[in-house]
Design a protein around this ligand. Structure first.
Ligand SMILES: [Fe+2]
Length: 291
């Protein structure tokens, strides 16, 4: 079993492009998002103890979808320069994600392209970007930037702020900082890769701790299965290791997993796997004709 969260610098994406993504994202936050967040923050702080801090994240976000069909030109408030920059960045990240999936295949002894194929539903994989800002919070002891969770999908590529920290991952029961490093991409594994590798790669529990100083930028891109992709442990991994039936991860359609995840994102992943196992279709033998 390997817990994978790594930080890579030799990813092949130009630093110039990354600098532009950062500049555009920070400009966009100031022009289009900050006012709304300030209102949310003052309302939250005013209501104080009446608010359930376990049900709230101190973050400002919006989502972009690239695959199967882009919604980049439907998002309001983005100027053409920002749109084109994010489109170029997404194309580079998609290539990087597919390269990394093949490296995982190599490590696992799976044929090249296996994981990419496993993510392909009828329309190919889903690929999207969550653009977040974590503005300073006067009460980090009350409000998390983002509560602890594992990501639902496949491979996550994160371009995070190079100055303001806050991201932590859980390793051996301890929270460990993922330090900011200029021009790096942090790679994270989601629940679907844990299922396909039958637990050889585990998804990682992580969170964002609010900071009292500085606004933390976080651009997380998710290379996930298509919604109709059928997810199941790679048979060769089960056979090779002679895994007991009770140790085999479930088989399900990705969108069914997501329906559960949306309600249980901030809970532990194991009950989700158990629930999906319980939903597996039981194949009954065909009835025998009696007359
Ligand atoms: Fe996450």
């Amino acid at each position: 079993m390997e817990v994978l969260k790594m930080l890579i610098l030799n990813h092949g994406i130009s630093y110039e492009l990354m600098d532009k993504v950062e500049r555009c994202t920070k400009d966009h936050y100031r022009k289009c998002m900050e006012q709304k967040f300030t209102e949310f923050a003052s309302k939250t702080l005013e209501e104080g103890t009446k608010i359930d801090a376990n049900d709230l994240d101190w973050e400002s976000t919006f989502f972009l979808r690239h695959l199967p069909v882009s919604n980049l030109y439907e998002i309001p408030d983005l100027n053409d320069d920002y749109r084109n920059t994010m489109k170029e960045f997404a194309t580079e990240l998609e290539k990087l994600a597919e390269l990394l999936l093949d490296l995982l295949c190599e490590n696992l002894g799976l044929e090249k392209g296996y994981l990419k194929k496993a993510f392909c539903g009828a329309k190919g994989p889903t690929f999207g970007t969550k653009v977040s800002n974590y503005p300073p919070c006067p009460h980090p002891e009350l409000f998390k930037g983002l509560r602890a969770h594992t990501d639902a999908g496949g491979l996550i590529l994160l371009f995070q702020d190079d100055r303001v920290s806050g991201l932590q991952l859980l390793k051996d029961g301890q929270w460990v900082d993922v330090p900011p490093m200029r021009h790096s991409i942090v790679i994270n594994i989601g629940d679907q890769l844990e299922v396909i590798t039958n637990g050889k790669y585990k998804s990682v529990v992580h969170r964002v701790v609010s900071q009292t100083d500085g606004n933390r930028m976080s651009i997380a891109s998710f290379y996930n299965p298509g919604s109709d992709a059928v997810i199941f442990p790679a048979p060769t991994l089960i056979e090779k290791e002679e895994v007991e039936q009770s140790e085999v991860y479930p088989k399900f359609v990705f969108e069914d997993y997501m329906k559960l995840y949306i309600r249980q994102k901030f809970q532990e992943k194991e009950p989700r796997f158990v629930a999906m196992k319980a939903m597996e279709t039981i194949t009954l033998p065909a009835p025998i004709a009696t007359s």
